[in-house]
Design a protein around this ligand. Structure first.
Ligand code: DON
Length: 310
């Protein structure tokens, strides 16, 4: 990968312009104790262009907990192996509610609205446990390492912290199990789910890992072999646009106009199809669970470059 001279000044300019605002708006996620002590003033950005150039600014090379951004990659892994059968248990509609909401699950008989809310990602994790058994975590790590082009690891402290306090996820999983919508033991499915959320990656690694989403399923580091098909890639991007930022997806589409996936660690990955992937990290979250400064940085990026799908 080479440097991206066209975009380096853009990232530097955004980090400089927003630097004063670091940690001033929103709150670091506190419901996962190991995340609560992260310094809210971190701020990083990175991008990878479709022709393999890279740029990063601020804390763009510093690893953080990717949390729900992992849902893009577990979905990709499940789609690689299951194709359309995946959708028998999971919907594709925006939820209109919080990422960890329980209410819809009862109305909809344990079938989550989409793969990016917690219930949907737990259902995807169940499919992966069916596919890979006790090797599911290793399979995910191998995928992430191959996509990032360097070793990626779970933060075991974060995973343990989530397991110790993940009462709501336990409720969601047990509720789906009660409807017969999980095939594997709840503990095993949640162990995978908590670990995927505890992946530690930097903005640069994330932008690189997601690069196939801007290249019709072809990754710059995967000579010849596609990560997923062009059609699957289009569909993952569509789900990111409509469901990737939970109940703020409409606002993200309106203000930014890019497929995005956020996590409560404060990261957001965005895709400009055929052009680039972009990742931002600022730990303080707004009321919808999305990085407050990250959203502003993405808005500024789109305003300054004119890159948007609309
Ligand atoms: O399960 C949870 O609540 C967290 N591990 C992940 C939630 C998350 O990142 C939602 N994103 N905004």
């Amino acid at each position: 990968m080479s440097a991206a001279p066209e975009f380096q000044p853009v990232l530097d300019g955004i980090v400089a312009a927003l630097s004063e605002l670091r940690g001033t708006e929103g709150q670091v996620a506190s419901y996962i104790p190991a995340l609560a002590r992260i310094d809210a003033r971190h701020f990083g950005m990175a991008l990878v262009t479709a022709d393999g150039q890279e740029a990063q600014a601020g804390d763009g090379a510093m690893p953080f907990s990717i949390q729900s951004i992992s849902k893009v990659f577990t979905l990709t892994l499940a789609m690689q192996h299951l194709g359309e059968a995946l959708w028998e248990r999971i919907g594709r509609e925006p939820s209109g509610s919080a990422f960890n909401s329980l209410v819809q699950l009862e109305f909809e008989q344990g079938r989550p609205r989409n793969p990016f809310i917690n219930a949907g990602a737990i259902a995807v994790a169940d499919r992966l446990v069916s596919l890979f058994g006790g090797g599911a975590k290793a399979e995910l790590l191998a995928l992430m390492t191959a996509l990032a082009g360097e070793p990626v690891a779970f933060d075991e402290e974060v995973a343990a912290s989530e397991a110790a306090t993940g009462f709501r996820n336990l409720a969601l999983a047990n509720f789906m199990k009660s409807f017969g919508k999980l095939d594997n033991p709840v503990e095993q499915v949640l162990d995978l789910y908590f670990h995927q959320c505890a992946l530690r990656m930097s903005c640069l690694q994330l932008a690189r890992a997601a690069a196939y989403l801007s290249r019709d399923g072809h990754h710059p580091l995967w000579a010849g072999r596609a990560v997923c098909t062009e059609r699957q890639t289009r569909r993952i991007n569509a789900l990111m646009l409509t469901c990737g930022t939970y109940d703020a997806a409409g606002e993200f589409a309106y203000r930014i106009g890019l497929p995005c996936k956020s996590g409560v660690g404060g990261g957001i990955v965005a895709v400009v199809p055929d052009r680039l992937t972009l990742a931002v990290w600022a730990p303080a979250l707004d009321a919808t669970g999305n990085s407050a400064l990250g959203r502003q940085a993405l808005e500024m990026f789109v305003a300054r470059t004119g890159l948007s799908v609309f």
